[in-house]
Design a protein around this ligand. Structure first.
Ligand SMILES: NC(=O)c1ccc[n+]([C@@H]2O[C@H](COP(=O)([O-])OP(=O)(O)OC[C@H]3O[C@@H](n4cnc5c(N)ncnc54)[C@H](OP(=O)(O)O)[C@@H]3O)[C@@H](O)[C@H]2O)c1
Length: 199
């Protein structure tokens, strides 16, 4: 199957590409360094990406950003950036993907456990993650029988914790998170928020 992987050059994207490639043709996308360039915060760029790539059987998104900062320092622009980027970027990936993803294919988005388990600084990120999960539930309902739509909710990734100088043993390995995305592509679920956190 042809799988369009948005955010392919990142920590999780690299592992997802590795695990998908034996069985699928992976087309990579990000702002730079991929087969096709896309900026999730720009809807026209998403439309152009789909036109360039042609029909795919699945889309996986592990791209997009949201601002992490305490409430007293989150400015209007920080909320606007976060909503336009990781939230509306992924919403528009689904909206614009209709007609470009094969009937019966899938779109898998990314949220994060900060949707349900907030921490100081996650004001904007928690809104975005919860918003993506809410959108996936309704998109799956409306697209039932045409497209499957799911979201993976990673916890802290071990490699990310290590890069921040924190205790990596508290996180889940990126390779284990990638297995959850593979399930969303290969299995039949829809409308699901799939946890991918250290248990
Ligand atoms: N790592 C963790 O611990 C963790 C935990 C929970 C949730 N998550 C979520 O998982 C996702 C991926 O995390 P990660 O750690 O793999 O991130 P990452 O290493 O920073 O990689 C992000 C990827 O997305 C691309 N990207 C960023 N902004 C983009 C945009 N506006 N348009 C298109 N592509 C864009 C980047 O490439 P370019 O910069 O070239 O565009 C890169 O390929 C994020 O949504 C993150 O919030 C991560």
């Amino acid at each position: 199957m042809r799988v369009l992987l948005v955010g392919a050059t990142g920590m999780l994207g690299t592992e997802i590409k590795r695990i998908l490639e034996p069985g699928h043709e992976v087309i990579t996308a990000s702002r730079k360094g991929s087969d096709v360039s896309v900026d999730l915060s720009d809807k026209a760029s998403i439309v152009a990406m789909y036109e360039k790539v042609g029909k795919v059987g699945a889309v996986v998104c592990v791209g997009g950003a949201a601002k992490f900062a305490p409430l007293d320092s989150l400015a209007d622009d920080d909320y606007a950036f976060s909503l336009a980027n990781k939230l509306m970027g992924q919403v528009n990936l689904v909206r614009c993907g209709i007609g470009h993803v094969d009937e019966g294919g899938s779109i898998t988005l990314t949220s994060g456990t900060l949707a349900q388990q907030p921490m100081v600084g996650s004001g904007a990120v928690s809104i975005v993650n919860a918003g993506v999960e809410g959108f996936v539930r309704v998109a799956a309902l409306e697209l039932q029988g045409k497209l499957r739509v799911n979201v993976v909710s990673p916890g802290w990734v071990a490699e990310t914790l290590a890069s921040m100088g924190k205790d990596a043993s508290q996180g889940i390995a990126a390779a284990d998170v990638a297995k959850v995305y593979k399930r969303a592509v290969d299995e039949t679920m829809t409308g699901q928020t799939l946890p991918a956190a250290k248990t």
